[in-house]
Design a protein around this ligand. Structure first.
Ligand SMILES: Nc1ncnc2c1ncn2[C@@H]1O[C@H](COP(=O)(O)OP(=O)(O)OP(=O)(O)O)[C@@H](O)[C@H]1O
Ligand SMILES: O=C(CO)[C@H](O)[C@H](O)COP(=O)(O)O
Length: 290
């Protein structure tokens, strides 16, 4: 925990919707005048695309079919922990970008599948914002959950997560359905062991649940729309959360447990604004007093 220089982490699997959630955070930061510096989790992958493929082939040949970007060892989690700690103590740190496609290559001047150079954060920020796969990892080597002050999980039910990933990877990254399906299967071991445990560490989880049939995600022709889904919002510690206010303000919402509310999918943005704005305000206010 780093009161003087607070850290917010948004954690979700690939295709879960963390980039979409980042846009909501960006709006809140802009409206509230909060200066944020950001880390994309992919910046802390250990290998570039070609080296990752070579490492995968090597491990496969040695009898390990489970290695993937979800695995702890495919990422520089020690370096991420060091950056979280440095930011918490000094407000400084560094990051880089993993370039996925031609559009990003144009933006960063680096070929797809490669990293940009490391660069320091801008000075004078109010918060560090992390979005990626490993923002709340606790394992034998690192404890990122202990260093982040507000931890959000973005966790659609798994077949919706797969539909979102398949559509995004096909439309924006040029992969075939078969190639994405192979990646989903290869990542399953680490999904269970490295990704899922984080959602007991997170302070708030947003779980999108479709109300249309998604029983065969591999042939779904479109992503269920917000109006075709509900979102379950679960608070690890419900103390201090004004549930009557939230259920009054968000029409069609209700409490499903003492620490959970359910909202119509189309209300996700307003729900995030209502829930997150006071929490972000408090983090920034406390940091200025620390
Ligand atoms: N709440 C939502 N309602 C409807 N569609 C959504 C929602 N969240 C995400 N999606 C869709 O799911 C796809 C994946 O979302 P997004 O790119 O945000 O995932 P991601 O978690 O950032 O993935 P990665 O980390 O691999 O980049 C996008 O096509 C997006 O339109
Ligand atoms: O898991 C991912 C993001 O969370 C990506 O698949 C990873 O960043 C790199 O993938 P690729 O080299 O296939 O574009």
């Amino acid at each position: 925990m780093s009161k003087k220089h607070p850290i917010i982490s948004v954690t979700g699997s690939s295709g879960a919707g963390t980039s979409t959630v980042k846009h909501t955070f960006d709006q809140i930061f802009r409206r509230e005048g909060v200066k944020a510096v950001s880390i994309e989790g992919d910046a802390f992958h250990r290998y570039n695309r070609a080296d990752m493929k070579a490492e995968l082939d090597k491990r496969y040949a040695a009898g390990d079919p489970t290695f993937s970007h979800f695995s702890y060892e495919a990422n520089e989690l020690g370096e991420l922990e060091r950056v979280f700690r440095e930011y918490g103590e000094t407000g400084k740190g560094r990051t880089r970008h993993y370039v996925h496609d031609a559009a990003e290559a144009e933006k960063y001047g680096v070929a797809p599948g490669h990293f940009t150079d490391w660069a320091p954060f801008d000075n004078g920020s109010d918060v560090l914002f992390y979005e990626g796969l490993h923002g709340s990892v606790v394992n034998d080597e690192v404890n990122l959950a202990a260093l982040a002050d507000l931890k959000i999980g973005v966790v659609p039910v798994v077949n919706l997560e797969w539909i979102q990933k398949i559509h995004r990877d096909r439309a924006q990254r040029g992969y075939t359905t078969e190639a994405v399906t192979d990646v989903i299967l290869r990542r399953m071991h680490a999904y269970v062991h490295c990704i899922v445990p984080q959602f007991t560490e997170t302070d708030i989880n947003f779980q999108r649940v479709p109300v249309v049939d998604t029983s065969n995600p591999f042939v779904a022709r479109w992503i269920p729309t917000p109006d075709e889904s509900l979102v379950v919002i679960r608070f690890k510690n419900p103390r201090g959360i004004d549930f009557p206010y939230l259920t009054n303000m968000i029409s069609g919402s209700w409490m499903s447990r003492a620490n959970s509310i359910v909202i119509p999918g189309g209300k996700l943005d307003i729900a995030m604004q209502l829930i997150l704005t006071p929490l972000i305000e408090r983090l920034v206010r406390d940091s200025k007093r620390a």
